[in-house]
Design a protein around this ligand. Structure first.
Ligand SMILES: NC(=O)c1ccc[n+]([C@@H]2O[C@H](COP(=O)([O-])OP(=O)(O)OC[C@H]3O[C@@H](n4cnc5c(N)ncnc54)[C@H](OP(=O)(O)O)[C@@H]3O)[C@@H](O)[C@H]2O)c1
Length: 282
């Protein structure tokens, strides 16, 4: 399907079908008239290869799609020729998939976190060279994107800020993609935060968190009971500004996933963040 052909449904294959995000995506778009799920895969040699995607994604009522989970990217592309790959797996796998997909003219929408700045630079070059729209979306939730944008704006006025991100204990990478993206957004407003006031001494390594190139401090909490939360704290003499976002379930990602998939069809280069879509509209 070409970028200009908007009359047809967009054929999407899901990488990471058996995961929390993959299942939620399939459940949300199972019978969607615009975003048509045509294939999926997950971990290599997984026990669910060959099963119906409706079964693996635990779609309500036990509905079946008549589409079987493939054993990998190559097999899936051969079976269903997707326009877009929605990737919610693990960083190295997402990177390999995206580079192969771009080479075949298939547009990746990467929700997977943990891609490095080097990965992003290489993806930008590859996407532009091949004229293939590519999106990396650190957070599909509109509320989270607004939290990052409000933080960026506050950074223009308040030079002291620390980010606290809080997630469930299954999360592998730290800091979260959202925290990294927040620090990058803050750096758009000011090149340096948190000017040194005293010579600090950490009695436990890491006590003061990780430091972004802009001086923004990032702290990662991993606790049972948490889902996905972030607070951006700005301190100024006599006041504290706290900008917080909480995701309670995967429903908050659906609208952003739809936006990203539709947007990537119109692009010929790398786009990072849902903010590029949301604020381009206003
Ligand atoms: N952008 C956003 O808004 C957003 C929101 C939440 C999470 N995330 C990110 O999305 C990713 C997935 O999150 P999740 O909560 O769904 O994780 P999850 O429940 O652990 O699911 C991960 C999925 O990836 C598969 N997988 C693991 N290694 C793989 C490999 N080498 N090749 C192919 N598939 C592989 C897993 O298969 P098995 O089940 O067989 O192991 C599973 O299907 C994470 O990076 C997370 O940080 C992004």
């Amino acid at each position: 399907m070409t970028a200009s052909d908007t009359s047809k449904p967009i054929k999407v294959a899901v990488a990471g079908i058996s995961g929390r995000m993959g299942k939620a995506f399939v459940q949300a778009f199972f019978n969607d008239p615009v975003i048509r799920i045509v294939g999926a895969w997950g971990r290599e040699n997984a026990e669910y290869v060959g099963l119906d995607i409706g079964q693996v994604a635990e779609v309500a009522g036990g509905a079946r799609a008549g589409i079987l989970v493939s054993s990998g990217f190559i097999e899936c592309v051969a079976a269903c020729s997707p326009d877009v790959i929605l990737d919610v797996t693990q960083a190295e796998a997402a990177w390999r998939t995206a580079t192969s997909a771009i080479g075949k003219g298939i547009r990746p929408v990467i929700g997977t976190s943990g891609l490095s700045q080097t990965h992003l630079k290489e993806l930008a070059i590859l996407a532009e060279k091949n004229n293939v729209g590519t999106m990396v979306v650190p957070n599909f939730s509109v509320g989270a994107v607004l939290m990052m944008e409000f933080a960026r704006q506050a950074g223009r006025f308040i030079p002291n800020v620390e980010v606290v991100e809080m997630h469930h204990t299954q999360k592998i990478d730290a800091p979260s993609g959202t925290a990294m993206h927040t620090a990058n957004k803050l750096a758009e407003s000011r090149s340096h935060y948190n000017a040194k006031r005293v010579e600090e001494k950490e009695l436990m390594t890491g006590a003061r968190g990780a430091v972004h190139a802009s001086g923004v401090r990032v702290h990662s909490l991993r606790l049972p009971g948490m889902i996905s939360h972030q607070e951006v704290l700005f301190g100024s003499e006599g006041e504290l500004l706290s900008i917080r976002h909480d995701s309670f379930n995967t429903k908050c990602f659906i609208e952003g996933e739809r936006m990203a998939i539709q947007h990537v069809m119109t692009q010929k280069k790398l786009v990072v963040g849902l903010d590029q879509i949301l604020f381009a509209r206003t």
